[in-house]
Design a protein around this ligand. Structure first.
Ligand code: FEO
Ligand code: CA
Ligand code: CA
Ligand code: CA
Length: 676
């Protein structure tokens, strides 16, 4: 048998292609309009950056005073070493690396692990994460020594997953195809390396943390049976051979960031899911994809990992081919991609619970989801970003009020999904994506709420939302309720859209936007916004006070974002592998985590990661004396040629062998609160 190996496409860090061809204004265009009204010159970067930090729309200045030292640590320098660096007085230790056994027969980690064994182990490429104190009542109260760590496994790097690929010339996204087929157990292993892990961890007498055997330990994967909830449940959009009545599907994929509900469940968000599918339907010799596939980037040739080519031909693998096979949609998988692109709710405390796709939160490249503060008797509000070039920021407002005693996921099944429009005067509005509103009528192709939700991006185009520079994580300041979102970068910004404040043609460095809802009511339909920081090197950046960033604070491509309970803002960076430590992005070194004081605007680098990775996920124990972060895809910068030669850019965390994504536990040597 000839080994006709094919490196399946170069995926560019797993993002989908640009899919927004609507004529909606870009965020840059709006800022440009704002600035031109102020008479700012496009070339006057400094003056214009300063102008942008005027408080917009009369938003009240923050009155709160920090009750503890916000940035009480020495900044760490940028790094290009294959290790974790934390400030003096802190210690970082590794737990839950890819392949650690957590459940079932607890198979020991080995490159030779089978697909089934991977399903009992920690997955690959750790991302969003939460620590649920073991008592299981409240997301941020309870034990600080014992809990369920729940984390996403965003995607995979097949060459580090399979013994069969050792010594081959494989890029980070390549898979092995032999005679047009994929090895079925390798496909199973890849599906089982995706999804979510639930694992009990506890602090030991010596202060370290360790995995505990527990009946709640669980792997949710690309194969786990799930319910489809909300308005799309039972509609023709999701009828498949597997679920002819459109109520169920299998698995969750490309789980990037997450959310934690006020009722103490975990939300996992499906981001770059579209490329996992192909749709080869052809009419009149041309690809014929419905907009619910085309607007998201479902492929017409081979899918990202070519799971549809599994040699076994098993139904759970073949379904990744959404090609229309005849007249009956329940005899093929033309609708399978419509069961993806959602936020999925998981109850980590009930290992038998069936995850539910909450379709009223919309369908797009979900980065994460973050809730506004809850008030008894008021609606629940959740914010979410669509991380793709020129996509949008959304919020969901529940129809029913929150009551702590009875709140559950059904609150997410009824309400209104809105999309954000950022006006040029610093005000903003939330446009409802609901039948009959903002042009969403049957005449315009939106015949029902389900049709709007399956086609959330198209509905937002129609409503006139503002195109953004790749919205990533959101965070809500616990002290004043302001909402912050990272806008990681936008390499496709055109020269004609350049202005000094939102910033450059090819926005390589990204920025962080924030807003305040009118009347501090998260259900409001209007808000005022400004920019918290424009990231970049010293000569092309601005903090809240209008100061350039310094050697202690320069960063690029903000992604993860999280407020701790004291109001300290944690910022994680994701400079893509193709740009890392090169060209304009060389000054930033390896991806890092910084902390910011949202009152003073001061930012300081807290942690740098090993080679080729990004820092993802952040949470502390309730006492804030233990912090957990994830290191994702160390060594991903290894070229295909170097992989073949056995020369890897990272051996983290073991110092030898293949690199492995893992969780890092950070403590202060004096037992103090992290960051103080
Ligand atoms: Fe998976 Fe947008 O980062
Ligand atoms: Ca991310
Ligand atoms: Ca990434
Ligand atoms: Ca990212």
């Amino acid at each position: 048998m000839t080994d006709r190996t094919i490196a399946v496409h170069d995926d560019g860090e797993g993002d989908e292609p640009v899919c927004n061809s609507s004529a909606n204004p870009t965020f840059a265009g709006i800022v440009q309009t704002r600035l031109s009204r102020r008479g700012a010159l496009l070339g006057g970067l400094t003056a214009a950056l300063g102008a942008m930090f005027v408080q917009p729309g009369g938003a009240p200045a923050r009155a709160a005073t920090p009750s503890e030292t916000m940035l009480g640590f020495a900044a760490v320098p940028v790094s290009e070493t294959d290790t974790i660096v934390v400030p003096p007085g802190y210690t970082a230790r590794v737990i839950t690396a890819w392949g650690e056994p957590i459940t079932g027969t607890m198979p020991a980690f080995s490159l030779a692990n089978t697909g089934a064994e991977q399903g009992m182990q920690i997955g690959q490429h750790h991302d969003g994460m939460h620590f649920f104190p073991i008592e299981g009542r409240s997301p941020y109260e309870g034990s600080s020594t014992d809990g369920l760590l729940v984390m996403n496994h965003e995607y995979i790097e097949p060459r580090f997953l399979h013994a069969s690929m050792r010594g081959g010339r494989f890029s980070a996204s390549a898979v092995r195809i032999v005679d047009g087929k994929r090895d079925s157990d390798e496909v199973l292993k890849e599906l089982n390396a995706h999804g979510v892990a639930v694992v009990r961890i506890a602090r030991q007498a010596d202060g370290t943390w360790a995995i505990q055997r527990d009946p709640r330990n669980r792997r949710i994967t690309g194969l786990t049976p799930m319910e489809i909830g909300g308005p799309v449940r039972g509609t023709p959009f999701v009828r498949t051979k597997y679920s002819p009545d459109g109520t169920r599907t299998r698995g969750t994929l490309n789980n990037c960031a997450h959310g934690v509900t006020p009722w103490n469940t975990y939300l996992t968000c499906e981001e770059n899911w579209a490329g996992y599918f192909r749709n080869g339907t052809v009419v009149d010799q041309k690809p014929d994809l419905p907009r619910e596939h085309a607007r998201y980037g479902v492929r017409t040739e081979r899918s990202r990992y070519a799971w549809e080519l599994a040699a076994s031909g098993a139904d759970e693998f073949v379904r990744f081919d959404a090609t229309k096979r005849g007249s009956d949609p329940t005899q093929d998988y033309r609708n399978e991609p419509n069961a993806f692109g959602w936020v999925v709710e998981i109850d980590p405390f009930d290992p038998n619970s069936v995850p539910v796709k909450r379709t009223h939160l919309g369908r797009f490249a979900h980065e994460g989801v973050v809730f506004g503060p809850v008030t008894e008797g008021k609606p629940v509000v959740a914010y979410a970003g669509d991380d793709a070039i020129n996509e949008y920021i959304y919020k969901f407002v529940s129809a029913k009020p929150y009551h702590a005693a009875t709140a559950n996921g059904s609150l997410l099944d009824e309400g209104t999904l809105y999309v954000a429009k950022f006006n040029d005067d610093g005000s903003g509005e939330w446009l409802a994506l609901a039948p009959g509103q903002n042009g969403l009528t049957p005449e315009n192709g939106f015949g029902s709420l389900a049709e709007i939700l399956v086609n959330t991006r198209a509905a937002a185009d129609r409503a006139g939302a503002t195109k953004m520079d790749r919205p990533e994580w959101g965070a809500v300041d616990p002290r004043d309720g302001r909402v912050y979102f990272t806008l990681t970068n936008n390499s496709r910004r055109e020269e004609t859209q350049v202005n000094a404040a939102n910033p450059r043609a090819r926005n390589l460095f990204g920025h962080i936007i924030r807003w305040r809802e009118n009347g501090d009511d998260h259900a409001a339909t209007r808000f005022t916004w400004d920019l918290f920081v424009i990231a970049g090197p010293e000569d092309s950046s601005r903090d809240l006070a209008g100061r350039p960033l310094t050697a202690d604070s320069i960063f690029a491509c903000p992604d993860g974002l999280w407020f701790d309970a004291a109001g300290r803002l944690w910022i994680q960076t994701d400079i893509g592998e193709s740009a890392m430590n090169r060209g304009p992005l060389a000054p930033f070194g390896n991806n890092a985590m910084l902390a910011a004081d949202p009152v003073s605007g001061e930012i300081r680098r807290f942690l740098t990661g090993p080679m080729g990775q990004e820092i993802t996920g952040v949470v502390t124990t309730p006492d804030r004396r233990t912090m957990f972060i994830n290191v994702q895809h160390p060594g991903a910068t290894t070229s295909a040629e170097d992989f073949e030669a056995g020369k890897l850019t990272s051996h983290w965390p073991n110092g030898e062998g293949y690199p492995r994504s893992a969780t890092v536990v950070i403590t202060k040597d004096d037992g103090g609160v992290i960051g103080t």
